[in-house]
Each structure stands twice: as structure tokens, then as C-alpha cells.
Design a protein around this ligand. Structure first.
Ligand code: EPU
Length: 418
């Protein structure tokens, strides 16, 4: 198994190219199954999650190639069954449910199991599909949807933590082929949901309101093949912003979209960061001294849960006391005990991490528990005295394209050891 070995202390400077968004590309790839015609998707990041998504599409019967960031798909015929050995490896495979139902009129799907970032039920996906005319039952760990008769309806999709991203994606995709008008209230409005809606509209869908909490989808008889370019990855961009701040650096995030990062930029400016942006990207410069901040994760346009671990890493070495509250996944704090191994002073009170900034962290062997936790440990390693070994690095390869090469090009001392 690979590990990343980081020697802390280098100041990061220069330019880094931000890749296409993982969380946009995954549902867009699933959506290509809505048409038998050829689709070409550009700016797809080379990540293990993407390769796994492609493997599932091939198992479902689609022809798929992936070269130089371009995925070409053609799904003349697909099957309607997604077994456990595929679902258990990647939760995002749930976003095949909507396209399979729309295309095949039935589905058998293994219920996704536990997840290291906390409880991740799919009740809202199933409620929305049932209201649209695709009721399901669970038997032996599988979700069976024996017959779907999709008819547009007004559906309230809010849950205990607000809206659901992949749930909105699933209902929106199924509704493109329902008879009549579907209205989704309390829809997710993340940029990735908007990107999927833009893709579906190019295919011939009739969706309005994307980017807001209310979606209106007029069903159509067929969708056709198109070309599309995936939006830049706002979480990768946010992670590189933290890499600049934690190392007292100065980094240009080429291709990053500031409009997608309004809340993250606002919080980082509160830490003292100097941030400017234009059509080409975002420039981030660290202040001489960072200030502590409080933040709460929320659905978009609030502060993203996928940036919480990275901000925890930053606050471990920021003078003062910071409170970071997780509202989307209240137990997504596995990184804290590993940061403590590096000398961080942190307590967990319910779903709030209280971080007391220390003068320095010390390098240590640490264990990644999930994608964003591993990014946080690499960030901590960049500033720690001595050497940090981040083990189980396959987590980071699920969501960051060539992160070690990109950090090295900015001046970091980081090696991948096989
Ligand atoms: N929820 C329910 N019922 C449902 C679905 C969700 O109660 O049926 C709850 C969840 O438990 C959670 C909240 O709603 O408390 C939000 O979950 P959501 O459904 O929005 O998450 P997701 O769509 O499964 C996507 C991203 C995650 C990201 C979340 C939140 C993809 C592939 N995944 O997951 O990304 O954390 O939205 O923004 O888009 C990551 O990239 O590291 C990652 C985990």
C-alpha cells in the first residue's frame, strides 16, 4: 500500500492547475446512461473513484473509454442490476439509481452500507422515487424497484440536515423521463447539481431553477448524446488555498472558480488571507500572522463539510481558539485523533471541534480515515517539524488528482512511497 512522506517547513509558492470536479463528474457519468447515443465528457479528473465509476458503467453494459481527461460513453443497452460488490466500494454509485429506473423501468440495487464519515441513509432518494412512481422494498440487503411508472409530481426533498446532493440528482434524472411536470422543493443547489442540470438540458431535458431550492422538470420522450466540460473542483481549490495559508505561502489556483467558493473565501479572509480572483483563477497569499475563526458547515452556499477537516488542520497552528461545528455529518471528525498525534490541542464537544492553536506540530506516522481527513493530514505534514507519514493514501487518490506532484511543483517536500 502506498504512503505519502512529507517533510514539513517549505513555503509553497507558484501556480497549480485545478482539476475537473469529482463530485460533478460522477453523477454526469451516471447520467450518460439516460441515452443510447454517444456522450463526450471533458475535464474529467483521473481519480480512482472515476475509474471505478467507469468500471460499473461497463458492468452495466455501456462502452466507455477514458483518455487524457476525456470520457466517451455509449450505452445502447444497459442492465438494471447493481450488485453489492460494486456499491460497497463507492457510495456515489447510488446515483445510477435514477438513470437506471428512467431507462429500464425497474432496478435492483444493493443498499449502501456503513461509511467512515458517519451515517449516510438513502431514505430521501427512495421517498422521492416512490412519489415519482417507482416504489421500492428492501429484501436481503437489496433495494428492489420492480416496476416504475414515472409521473411528474411536487416532491419535498428536505431532510434532517437540509437538502441532499445525490438525492436531488437522482430524482432530477428520473424526472427528465417522467410524464408531465415534476417540482422538487428543498432541492440541493450545489454547483455540482447545477452542472448536472446543465448537462441534462444539453441532452434535451427541460429543467429550470437549477442553482435554487426549487427545481421544475418537464419530462421528455428521449434524451440525446452531447459533449460537456465538467466544472473545476471547488474542494480541491479550497484544499490548495489552505496549503498556501498553512505554509505562509503565495499560490495561484489556475482555473478555480471564485463564485463557487464564496463562503470558503470569506472564512479564509477572516483568517487574514489576501485573496483576489479573475476569470483565470484565484490568488491566495498568507498573512504574516493568521487569526483564529469559528465556522459551521452547511449545505451550499454555506461552508462545505468537504472542507471541514482541512480547516481543522489550519486552525491547529493558528494562534487563539477556534470552534468548528459539523452540521452535515456530525461524526466526521476522525482526523482529530490523528492531528493530536502530531501535537494538536483539540477537544470534541458534541459536533464541535475546539482547537487551541499550538506553536508547532511534530511529524508523526498517521492514518488516513477518509478522503478529506487524509488531505487534512497532508496539510498538517506540510507545516509540521520533521517527517509525517500518511498511511492508507488510497483514500486521497479517490479525490485528488496527482496531489503529491502538484504539491511538489509548489515547493513541498513530499514523496509517494510504494
Ligand atoms: N441524508 C439523509 N437521507 C438521504 C440522503 C442524505 O438523511 O436520503 C443526509 C445525510 O446523512 C447528510 C445530509 O443529508 O447528513 C447530506 O447528504 P447528501 O445526500 O447531500 O450527501 P451525498 O449526496 O451522499 C455528496 C458528496 C459528498 C459531500 C455531500 C455533502 C458526491 C459524490 N458526494 O454526498 O462528498 O460530503 O454531498 O455536501 O457528490 C467527498 O467528496 O469527500 C464527499 C463525501
Amino acid at each position: 500500500m502506498d504512503k505519502l512522506v512529507v517533510k514539513g517547513g517549505a513555503r509553497l509558492t507558484g501556480r497549480v492547475q485545478i482539476s475537473g470536479s469529482k463530485n460533478s463528474a460522477l453523477p454526469i457519468l451516471a447520467a450518460t446512461l439516460l441515452t443510447p447515443e454517444t456522450c463526450v465528457i471533458r475535464n474529467v479528473p483521473d481519480l480512482s473513484d472515476i475509474r471505478f465509476m467507469i468500471e460499473i458503467m461497463q458492468r452495466l453494459g455501456a462502452k466507455v473509454t477514458f483518455e487524457n481527461g476525456v470520457v466517451t460513453t455509449s450505452a445502447e443497452k444497459i442492465i438494471s442490476e447493481v450488485p453489492y460488490d460494486l456499491v460497497r466500494k463507492m457510495r456515489a454509485s447510488i446515483c445510477f439509481l435514477g438513470p437506471i429506473i428512467a431507462r429500464c423501468g425497474q432496478a435492483t440495487f444493493s443498499e449502501p452500507g456503513g461509511c467512515s464519515i458517519g451515517d449516510r441513509p438513502i431514505d430521501l432518494h427512495l421517498k422521492g422515487l416512490a412519489e415519482l412512481g417507482a416504489p421500492s422494498h428492501n429484501e436481503g440487503g437489496n433495494i428492489y424497484i420492480p416496476k416504475a411508472n414515472l409521473v411528474g409530481k411536487e416532491i419535498f426533498l428536505g431532510g434532517k440536515s437540509g437538502s441532499t446532493v445525490l438525492g436531488t440528482d437522482n430524482i432530477m434524472m428520473a424526472a427528465t423521463r417522467a410524464k408531465g411536470l415534476t417540482i422538487i422543493e428543498s432541492a440541493a443547489c450545489e454547483p455540482e447539481v447545477r452542472d448536472l442540470a446543465d448537462f441534462l438540458n444539453k441532452m434535451g431535458a427541460k429543467i429550470v431553477g437549477h442553482g435554487t431550492r426549487r427545481l421544475e422538470i418537464e419530462g421528455v420522450d428521449a434524451l440525446h448524446g452531447v459533449e460537456h466540460t465538467v466544472i473545476p473542483d471547488r474542494i480541491e481549490a479550497g484544499t490548495f488555498m489552505v496549503s498556501a495559508l498553512i505554509t505562509q505561502g503565495d499560490v495561484f489556483l489556475a482555473g478555480a472558480e471564485a463564485n463557487h467558493l464564496v463562503n470558503v473565501i470569506d472564512r479564509m479572509k477572516s483568517c487574514g488571507a489576501q485573496i483576489t480572483s479573475d476569470a483565470k483563477g484565484i490568488q491566495v497569499s498568507a498573512p504574516r500572522k493568521l487569526s483564529s475563526i469559528d465556522l459551521v458547515t452547511e449545505t451550499y452556499p454555506g461552508f462545505p463539510t468537504d472542507m471541514q477537516a482541512q480547516l481543522c488542520a489550519l486552525m491547529t497552528v493558528t494562534p487563539g481558539i477556534s470552534a468548528i461545528t459539523e452540521k452535515i455529518y456530525p461524526s466526521r471528525f476522525m482526523h482529530l485523533s490523528e492531528l493530536r498525534r502530531m501535537g494538536a490541542r483539540v477537544e470534541l464537544e458534541g459536533a464541535t471541534a475546539i482547537l487551541h492553536g499550538v506553536e508547532y506540530l511534530s511529524g508523526a506516522p498517521v492514518m488516513a480515515s477518509d478522503l478529506r481527513a487524509s488531505a487534512a493530514l497532508v496539510l498538517a505534514g506540510l507545516v509540521a517539524r520533521g517527517t509525517t507519514e500518511v498511511n492508507r493514501v488510497y483514500h486521497i487518490d479517490r479525490g485528488y488528482e496527482h496531489i503529491d506532484q502538484k504539491l511538489r511543483a509548489l515547493g513541498a517536500d513530499i514523496e509517494r512511497v510504494r
